[in-house]
Design a protein around this ligand. Structure first.
Ligand code: CP3
Length: 383
């Protein structure tokens, strides 16, 4: 028997009253929706007073590693703003921790890792097999969030791309510049590839944990893709993202209930049965659209430096697009200006299936709550 969209929470036609989860999944599959779904990258965090109150009592890592607290922080922005999707409160560097390179966070120094990874010997220290055990708190947090959201709201799992993780790991933390991963890639390709292979395996394992714990979609953050020259991107980043997506399609198919993918409109890419859609967000890689399409992503994030109208024109209709309001507006502008810019972006995408409203990068800590509320209201009332 064919499961219906309503029971499977999978893409289905824009009938009466979509749930947030169906709206989001429909958009990922380029199906019609009543209005675009909305969530924001880094929606949980310092802009929210309820997050800051918890941070008075707990370190960032305590929040991320205690399932009840991570679940609570994940739900905070959904409760306050009614986003269509929740994204697990965690960090891309959790994958490094799963491999044995621990990190911590403090307000003055940002992310600090236990060591900087520079040599083949350092790469050899990374242990992929230990990852599921080290990251046991991730699926536990996801199951709590899933139970709270039910089938009403979509749940997004995520990981960094191999390249972006490599930049932090080679530097030993967050810095103004990331020369070490670049020089590893440019001068010692063999060691870079050893690292990228291990990271790819670790990210697959990390995402698989998340898929088994019930996430509806995956986002891969390639926030440092733009540090590469366009001709370097494919070898340093694109091909590894492609390997992750291909492997998920092979491994996960069959574990999850089937999507009614055969019902997709003509011309739309067929999703692999039962595999959550993948969003690839690569920042500053506007010379690499073909490489990004070749990853097999279902949805591409469009950063705020690229005109959304150009993305609509350039990218095929069976690829979802996500973005791309300039994040700084949330801190700098009035609610009226944010509402006007939100409406403008919605108009740019009018009539184009597969649009997910989001920022062009993460919510900045100085974002004003009334600006986020104004943005959400405009998207929800768009007709
Ligand atoms: O989106 C969400 O709400 C979920 C949580 C989330 C965090 N980090 C929480 C976090 C997600 C999805 C991330 C992803 C992440 N982490 C990225 C990709 C997105 C992007 O911004 O480009 C990157 C590059 C990181 C690495 C990272 N984590 C850095 C560089 C820093 C320090 C600088 C900063 O932004 O604060 C972090 C710490 C971090 N991760 C915080 C949060 C809420 C700040 C910790 C705090 O203030 O309590």
């Amino acid at each position: 028997m064919q499961t219906t969209a309503a029971t499977a929470g999978s893409p289905g036609p824009a009938a009466t009253a979509l749930t947030s989860r169906q709206r989001f999944l429909n958009a990922c599959a380029c199906w019609p929706v009543d209005h675009p779904p909305v969530w924001l990258m880094r929606q949980a965090g310092r802009a929210l007073p309820e997050y800051r109150a918890l941070r008075q009592k707990h370190s960032f890592l305590d929040l991320a590693q205690t399932p009840e607290l991570a679940a609570e922080v994940t739900l905070q922005p959904v409760r306050r703003f009614g986003f269509d999707a929740a994204i697990l409160f965690s960090d891309i560097l959790v994958t490094a921790e799963g491999l044995g390179q621990k990190f911590r966070f403090d307000e003055t120094n940002g992310i600090q890792m236990d060591f900087a990874l520079r040599s083949t010997a350092d790469v050899a220290r990374l242990d992929v097999k230990a990852l599921p055990e080290r990251l046991h708190y991730v699926p536990r947090a996801l199951r709590l969030v899933r139970a709270a959201l039910g089938k009403q709201t979509a749940l997004i799992g995520f990981a960094g791309s191999p390249w972006t993780l490599a930049t932090f790991m080679a530097e030993g933390g967050s810095r103004d510049h990331y020369p070490h991963a670049l020089s590893l890639f440019r001068k010692d390709r063999k060691t870079y590839f050893e690292l990228a292979e291990k990271l790819t395996a670790a990210i697959i394992a990390h995402l698989q944990l998340q898929i088994e714990a019930g996430v509806d979609a995956i986002q891969i953050f390639d926030s440092h893709g733009g540090l590469l020259a366009p001709l370097e991107f494919q070898e340093a980043s694109g091909r590894w993202i492609k390997e992750i997506i291909t492997s998920l399609n092979e491994r996960v198919a069959g574990i999850l209930p089937a999507n009614p993918a055969s019902a997709l409109p003509a011309g739309c890419r067929q999703h692999v049965e039962g595999v959550p859609p993948v969003i690839v967000f690569s920042l500053g890689t506007h010379g690499n659209w073909d490489d990004l399409l070749a990853t097999g992503a279902n949805v591409l994030g469009i950063d705020w430096r690229f005109p959304l109208a150009d993305a609509r024109r350039l990218l095929p209709c069976d690829i979802g697009l996500q973005g791309n309001l300039a994040p700084a507006l949330l801190g700098d502008a009035t609610p009226e200006a944010v509402a006007a810019e939100t409406a403008r972006l919605l108009e740019v995408m009018r009539g184009r299936n597969g649009y997910i409203f989001n920022l062009g990068h993460g919510v900045p800590p100085e974002a004003r709550l009334e600006n986020i509320a104004a943005l959400v209201e405009v998207v929800k009332n768009f007709k």
